[in-house]
Design a protein around this ligand. Structure first.
Ligand SMILES: Nc1ncnc2c1ncn2[C@@H]1O[C@H](COP(=O)(O)OP(=O)(O)OP(=O)(O)O)[C@@H](O)[C@H]1O
Length: 296
């Protein structure tokens, strides 16, 4: 898969504040890549450097294998902060102005309005839009020149649950079109719901990166029960057991890396034990995230 973004030892210090520290990352074509981290972890500063609005202290990055240039940046659309829209102009006129500024063809306006589901409201003044509609118009504006990559900084900040659901659905729709999306978020749930890959930042440093759906791999917890008096001892003698807890009358067995629930089932079976209850529970990204932060 083509590498869209490659970051190498990227660093930004504001005086004594180390906002971003030796960051190394790769984003491949078609990924929805989440930069996850608590407030102040350096997400916005990183995105600012990637959009050439913040000068790195050291380190480099390349887009599509090329050093950053005006030409390369035309392939990137970004919603970093609230864009300047005029409250007394309607959505259509605001996008026409954005087209003039970005020097792109206004013929793309109906397409982006349709995508963000604002066609029917295009003649209404911007000031009458809900926060969610304003955010969707900002995304429409970022998509005017049909960029290959879309960058979003905290895209659902301040929105109500309905607005959040609409933006998430829109992100999925844009991803299906084959665009690469990089989004910064402090919400685990958001990253889990919309991203394919993610990186965790803490105090400017990268502490984890990988696919979202592999987060739980190798760290399964199995809830198991069987009609045997010494089940606890038997479970402890299984080579794949990392730890055991007793909860609600069942045993919660945390498995070591590389062990699956079927290995435990087979182990019990070979001991002549038939499990009356055996359910695999993946650790949520949230638990992983909290553990990652606690470890670092
Ligand atoms: N222009 C600046 N001058 C001084 N310090 C800054 C500046 N911009 C950011 N910082 C500091 O750099 C660190 C990282 O901030 P940044 O905004 O990148 O984090 P973030 O993860 O995006 O957090 P948030 O979600 O709160 O915006 C913080 O300690 C912040 O105070």
């Amino acid at each position: 898969m083509e590498t869209v973004l490659s970051i190498s030892n990227l660093t930004k210090h504001f005086g004594r504040i180390k906002a971003v520290n030796n960051l190394n990352l790769e984003v491949k074509a078609g990924q929805v890549f989440g930069m996850l981290g608590p407030n102040g972890s350096g997400k916005t500063t990183t995105l600012g450097m990637l959009m050439s609005v913040v000068n790195p202290t050291s380190g480099t990055y390349s887009w599509f294998g090329e050093t950053p240039s005006h030409h390369v940046r035309k392939k990137i659309g970004a919603v970093l902060e609230h864009p300047i829209f005029y409250p007394y102009l309607n959505g259509q006129k605001n996008l026409e102005l954005n087209c003039m500024i970005k020097q792109c063809d206004p013929a793309s306006i109906p397409r982006v309005l349709e995508l963000v589901e604002l066609t029917e409201r295009r003649n209404d003044k911007y000031r009458t839009y809900s926060l969610g509609m304003k955010q969707r118009l900002a995304i429409a504006s970022a998509l005017l020149n049909d960029p290959t990559v879309l960058i979003l900084d905290e895209p659902t900040n301040g929105l109500d649950p309905m607005g959040i659901a609409e933006i998430r659905e829109l992100i999925r729709k844009i991803a299906v079109q084959g665009k690469t999306i990089i989004l910064a978020s402090h919400l685990l749930d958001e990253v889990q719901k919309v991203c394919t890959h993610f990186a965790v930042l803490k105090k400017g440093s990268l502490i984890h990166t990988g696919p979202v759906d592999e987060v739980g791999k190798g760290t399964d917890t199995v809830e198991v029960n069987a009609d045997v008096s010494n089940l606890n001892e038997i479970l402890l003698s299984f080579a794949g057991t990392s730890s055991i807890n007793r909860e609600n009358g069942s045993f919660q067995v945390s498995l070591r890396d590389g062990f699956k629930s079927k290995d435990l089932n087979q182990f019990l079976f070979e001991k002549g034990i038939v499990a009356s209850h055996l359910v695999t529970k993946k650790k949520s990204l949230e638990k992983q995230f909290l553990e990652i932060l606690a470890e670092s």
